[in-house]
Design a binder for this molecule. Sequence first.
Ligand code: OGA
Ligand code: MN
Length: 285
Amino acid sequence: MNAHDFTQERFTLQPLSDLMGAEVIGLDLRQPFDPDIKAAVHKAFLDYQLLVFRDQNLTKDEQVVFTEQFGTLERHAVRNRGTSDHPLVHIVSNLDESGKPMGKVRSDKWHTDKSFRPEPSMATILHAQTLPPDGGDTVFVNMYAAFDGLNQATKDKIRSLNVVHSWATSREHEGRPVTAEEKRDAPDNVHPLARIHPETGRTAIFIGMHASHIDGWSFEEGRAFVVELEESVTRAPYLFRHKWQAGDLLMWDNRCLLHRAEANFDARKFPRILHRTCLRGTATQ
Ligand code: OGA
Ligand code: MN
């Protein structure tokens, strides 16, 4: 895990673990990247899946400009209050309508963003605004490593299966059933369970909270299989924990990582606010 000094590219890459993650040191994200830097950052994103940029202070507009260097910005399925002044930047927070911390932390189940879409998100960019004194971590699972860790028979089986991702089902599991209109806006979609990453060619297990059941199997049998698979891989040695620091900006690859927020802080007392942009991905098959 030696730091790599991209002398020509003017930044340093410090790997954060053997599993995933690298800190990108020396770049001010308010400045648009020149083509060489952009290519090197993009390569690091593919190599490390999760990039951490420290000590940033981007406005919403600057975050949008940073994000758009790497693809097409995605609009959000659900408009939230905080987006009224800037529809492209989603506010991730534990605040209630009156702006007070509520006990609940959203996105605390394993998932990959918008996997219920025909073209699930390629990447998510999350920029810390207000953090609790401690905790409120974001935890990731490397689904390449999880796939690589399966035995050959399971790999072969998984390669032959497709999985239904359903926003309606994941919302039901959360006790918040969708309306007919919301369901029309986000119908179910089928993806390969062993997803080939379009840029690296590596295989990743493509599941998470929106993964409902196996296409072509009975719902019960397929649901049990998906739940068991998720339980078996969302553990050491496939986990990486990010402990937030003020100014952090994370960029991760949704095509090969699962993530979730962890409510390891007093969410009734302390605000936790982050700005989020997403990049559109491509069809999975
Ligand atoms: C997200 C998300 C996790 C977190 O914004 O997509 O899952 O730690 N956030 O808040
Ligand atoms: Mn998410």
